[in-house]
Design a protein around this ligand. Structure first.
Ligand SMILES: *[C@@H]1O[C@H](CO)[C@@H](O)[C@H](O)[C@H]1NC(C)=O
Ligand SMILES: *[C@@H]1O[C@H](CO)[C@@H](O)[C@H](O)[C@H]1NC(C)=O
Ligand SMILES: *[C@@H]1O[C@H](CO)[C@@H](O)[C@H](O)[C@H]1NC(C)=O
Ligand SMILES: *[C@@H]1O[C@H](CO)[C@@H](O)[C@H](O)[C@H]1NC(C)=O
Length: 363
């Protein structure tokens, strides 16, 4: 009996060793989730290769006090379970695709519908929910994440190589460069950074209601009740969407059903030659100001309308209007609106999206 017990124990041990070994050698598990920091002086960020996500950004306020001004969770496990996309890089096609389908060069593609009948932020498992590889990491400068998206992933055609670089410049600028290459089939690509900002500190109890916002936009793309564009491009003049001059967000948000969740058409006087200043955000108490520059045609303004009592990092509890998302992008549902700027990237072509944030604190 004793020998039998010993023998079966030995067998179980062998099985465990065998299972662990085979488990570890599968390709997907080669990738381990890590947290990386970039720092220059008092300016620092943390990112992870899970979803190529921005986890934190610390920058001084007008008195030199450092605070983390992006919303997020305490643990990576909570990011895996997340439905808010805190800080993540979203793709293959961020924002919504109506009817979870599109047709391209005579072929129609069915996508995963994860938002009613529509596709949101890449589908069930978008780029925000995969583990990226780390290509370059230099603590005082930059980190590059890469991901190989396969033909048919979430229904999208063709293989795509994606690269995202976070770079800190001086002690007050963050540059995010998103590059993607279609390898063998034409495919739509629209990547975004889904960071939630609160310039008074991520746990600020007033949310973003006392933030002032200015957007370099005169038009927006109106949507139906499921937030799918109806194809129009309309003037914001005389509406509560008008941020051509700096406005306190909370002064009008109650007039917009549900809060802001809309794409603006950025005014590009340089015709794509230079980055344009898309947005300026100011928060008086901290004195912090953030400029956002980009090369993209649109920007989604989202005011955390759907957030309700989310347990965040450092004991914070995030409520409605806790953070401000400024997602530079191609227009939502572009694949189904020929009058919107095309998101189609042909084999050999390169998708190239730049965002530069500049922080100051002295007003
Ligand atoms: C960081 O902030 C502290 C506190 O305001 C300040 O004394 C220090 O000079 C700053 N360091 C750098 C490198 O800017
Ligand atoms: C994951 O999300 C579900 C539903 O929102 C929640 O009940 C659960 O506690 C979450 N798990 C973790 C580890 O956060
Ligand atoms: C999805 O489409 C079906 C069929 O057209 C419709 O009955 C249903 O109401 C739609 N669901 C939503 C959430 O819009
Ligand atoms: C909207 O307002 C801006 C700034 O006042 C002006 O330049 C633009 O022509 C107006 N657009 C329309 C369609 O009235």
């Amino acid at each position: 009996m004793g020998i039998f017990k010993l023998f079966s124990g030995f067998l179980i041990l062998l099985c465990i060793i065998f299972l662990t070994e085979t488990h570890q050698t599968t390709a997907k598990d080669d990738k381990i989730i890590h947290i990386y920091q970039l720092q220059k002086g008092n300016f620092s960020i943390k990112v992870t290769n899970y979803g190529a996500t921005l986890l934190s950004l610390l920058v001084p306020d007008k008195n030199g006090k450092l605070e983390d001004i992006v919303l997020g969770y305490q643990n990576i496990e909570e990011y895996k379970n997340d439905t808010t996309y805190f800080g993540a890089i979203v793709g293959r096609v961020a924002n919504r695709i109506g009817g979870a389908r599109f047709c391209l060069e005579g072929k129609c593609y069915k996508l995963f519908a994860n938002d009613g009948n529509n596709t949101l932020h890449g589908g069930k498992v978008g780029f925000s929910d995969v583990i990226w590889s780390v290509k370059n990491y230099q603590k005082d400068s930059h980190i590059t994440f890469t991901y190989n998206s396969f033909d048919g992933e979430e229904g999208f055609p063709g293989n795509v190589i994606v690269e995202v670089t976070y770079q800190i410049i001086d002690t007050n600028k963050l540059r995010i460069k998103m590059v993607a290459k279609a390898l063998n089939k034409p495919t739509p690509i629209n990547l975004i950074s889904h960071t939630y900002w609160n310039l008074a500190g991520h746990a600020n109890k007033y949310g973003i209601l006392f933030h002032r916002l200015q957007l370099n936009a005169q038009n927006y793309t109106p949507v139906d009740s499921n937030l799918i564009p109806n194809g129009q491009i309309k003037s914001i003049n005389g509406t509560y969407y008008d941020f051509q001059t700096s406005q306190m967000i909370g002064s009008r948000i109650q007039k917009v059903p549900g809060g802001y969740d809309i794409n603006y058409v950025l005014v590009d006087s340089s015709k794509g030659k230079h980055l344009i200043k898309a947005a300026v955000v100011e928060e008086k108490k901290s004195g912090r100001m953030m400029e956002l520059w980009t090369n993209q045609p649109g920007i989604q303004l989202y005011t955390s309308n759907k957030i309700s009592r989310i347990k965040g990092k450092d004991g914070a509890v995030y409520r409605k209007y806790a953070g401000l998302c400024l997602e530079t992008q191609g227009f939502p549902d572009s694949v189904n609106h020929p009058n919107f700027p095309s998101q189609i990237v042909n084999p050999g072509q390169i998708y190239h999206h730049i965002m530069v944030y500049r922080f100051t604190a002295n007003y």
